[in-house]
Structures are given as C-alpha cells and as structure tokens.
Ligand binder design. Structure first.
Ligand code: AHR
Length: 334
C-alpha cells in the first residue's frame, strides 16, 4: 500500500521534533565491526537495531544514511548499530552475521545486489531476529525471511523517465545511451526495465548501455567511453543523479553542451542534480525519496510490539522539469 505524503510529513515532523530536543545527534550511531562480538541486546525497552548500509556511493545514499541515523536515536527509543558495506555483498553478509551474534532486536539493510541472501536471512530467522529491508529488494522465493520491504517502485521510476522522453522526443529518431547502476542491484535492473518498456514502440533507440556503479567518477569515465565510440548521441539516461553529473563533466570536456547538444534524464532529485536541472544541464529528473528513517522506525517498533506490518511499503516519488526544480530547490531537504 502506498504511503500518503501526509503520513510521511507527520512522521518527518515527529522525528524532527525529537531531533530538535536532542540537537544534532547522529553521532551516537555506533559502528559494528563485521565479525566482531558484543553484548546481547538488553531487555530495557530500547530497540537495538543493526543496519547494514550499501555504502556512500552517491548523494542519495548520504541523504538516506542521514535520515536513518537522525531518526533511530536514543531519544526515539533506539540503539543504532550502523555499518557501511562499501558496495560489497560479502561485507553486508558479514555485518548481518555480526548483528546476529550480538543478538540485536532487529536487523535492517539495503541489499547491494538482489540475489544471494537466503542463507544469511535464514540464519537471522533461526536466531529469532526480524529483518526489515529498506530501499532495495531481495530476490527470494521465501517472503517469510523478512518482515517488510520499505522503498520506491524502481520500475515505475524508469517508466516515468522513459514516458517523459517519449513525450518530448519521439519522432526525432533520438539515439540514447544508458548509464546503469550497480550490476545486479534492484534499482539498476528495474529502472532499465521500466525505461525500456516506456520507449518501446517509439523511435528512440538505446545504442549503448553500461554500468557506472551509481558513482559520479564512474559515470564520467563511462560517458567518456561512449563519446569516443559514438558521435551521434542525443540523450543520456542515467540511473542516478551522480552518474548524470559525471556525464555532464565528460560532455563539457568534449566541448559539447549538456542539456542542449546532449539531453540528460536522471533519477534521484538530490540537491546537486536539481541544481544542474535548474542550470539547464539536466533536462528531467524522476525523484527517488531517500528519507526512509521514519518508516523504518515505525515498522521496527511495530514488529517488536508484535503488531502486523505491511509486507511492502511503497514510497511515493514525483518528477521535476526545470520549472518544478526551480520551485522545489530552495526548500529541498536533500
Ligand atoms: O537504491 C537507490 C539508489 O542507490 C539511488 O538511486 C542511487 O543514487 C543509490 O546509489
């Protein structure tokens, strides 16, 4: 079931109020050393939550980490153990095993890739520790291995991007290149699928597609390669803002004007991307809301209280053209 903007606003306000009382407080978020031991979770009303984050690959990820660390605070009844997997599945598995050993109350994580989780999730289940997925899904046939998945509909995001491109450019025979996210990651798989299905039947053609691993540096390198290989690129579809921003650097270095000579469509709508849209260097952005902390806190509290939770919580996203970005940017939270 989709969350309403109102619910999200209320949750954000509650969290913000708590934060106001506490002051800037993300520093009390502990760091779990993968493989390290620790005290069993105390039965003191405080929810000990072990969170394994994908990494720090993008502006989106930084905003997502901040939302989690700002919400899962002592003030809000949590002890947060946080680890950064540096975009490596083996690090996430190690961190999850460490949380199981430590006997945390809840484990939450954003899986770097979709597959290969069943064994470690089964270990958490056998230890009686509930698992909540945030941001990205796992590809598993056993839905009992996790309580809930909170995150955006990535296929829809890709479709929204593709629909706008068709609306604007169908009939002009555009040649597009695609900067894919991390290979095997849910947002890379789903956004590719959504975009491809939206442009089907139009005369827009994807002439090249490669992973830029969701980072600005790799987006730039891959775009340089595309520009060396093709002299007829009309459009870039980047699976996130950071890769789009890297592509801008490559396009400018090649003496071309991003947003004019080569159109750019991205996903995320973080501040840097929105600024580039306002500056006319990006043409359209589909949002992916990173503020998942409040929903995670609510679901974790319900799970611990033995209440029923929704198996799938879809976060609503919007999209921005230049005019909408100009309006939204001054008060943009991330
Ligand atoms: O899973 C969400 C994606 O991961 C964001 O779009 C991207 O910026 C991040 O790295």
């Amino acid at each position: 079931m989709a969350r309403t903007t109102l619910t999200r606003t209320i949750l954000a306000a509650v969290s913000a109020a708590a934060l106001f009382t506490l002051g800037a407080c993300s520093s009390d978020a502990g760091t779990a050393e993968p493989g390290g031991g620790g005290e069993p979770a105390a039965d003191d009303g405080v929810i000990t939550l072990g969170f394994s984050q994908v990494g720090a690959e993008s502006g989106w990820r930084a905003a997502n980490t901040k939302s989690i660390q700002d919400t899962l605070t002592e003030e809000n009844g949590f002890e947060l153990k946080f680890s950064d997997a540096q975009q490596k599945q083996e690090n996430q598995i190690q961190a999850i095993r460490s949380y199981i050993t430590q006997g945390v109350d809840v484990i939450a994580f954003s899986p770097v890739v979709e597959t290969g989780w069943d064994a470690v999730l089964q270990e958490a289940k056998s230890a009686g520790i509930p698992v909540i997925l945030t941001d990205r899904a796992v590809d598993s046939s056993d839905e009992t291995l996790y309580e809930s998945f909170i995150g955006s509909d990535f296929v829809k995001e890709g479709e929204m991007a593709g629909e706008w491109v068709v609306e604007q450019y169908d009939g002009e025979g555009y040649k597009a290149v695609e900067l894919q996210g991390t290979t095997g990651a849910a947002p890379a798989i789903d956004r590719k699928e959504g975009f491809a299905s939206a442009i089907e039947g139009s005369d827009i053609e994807i002439i090249d597609s490669q992973t830029g691993n969701f980072t600005r540096a790799e987006g730039k390198t891959v775009m340089e390669g595309f520009l060396n290989k093709h002299d007829d690129i009309d459009l870039v579809f980047a699976h996130n803002d950071d890769m789009g921003l890297g592509a801008i650097e490559a396009i400018e270095a090649a003496g071309l004007k991003p947003g004019e000579d080569i159109k750019i469509v991205t996903i995320d709508a973080v501040k840097d991307g929105m600024q580039a849209l306002v500056d006319g260097k990006i043409n359209y952005i589909v949002e992916c809301n990173p503020l998942l902390g409040p929903d995670l806190a609510e679901v974790a509290q319900k799970v611990i209280a033995g209440e029923e939770v929704e198996k799938r919580i879809v976060v609503e996203d919007q999209a921005f053209d230049q005019a909408a970005a100009k309006e939204a940017l001054p008060t943009r939270e991330y």
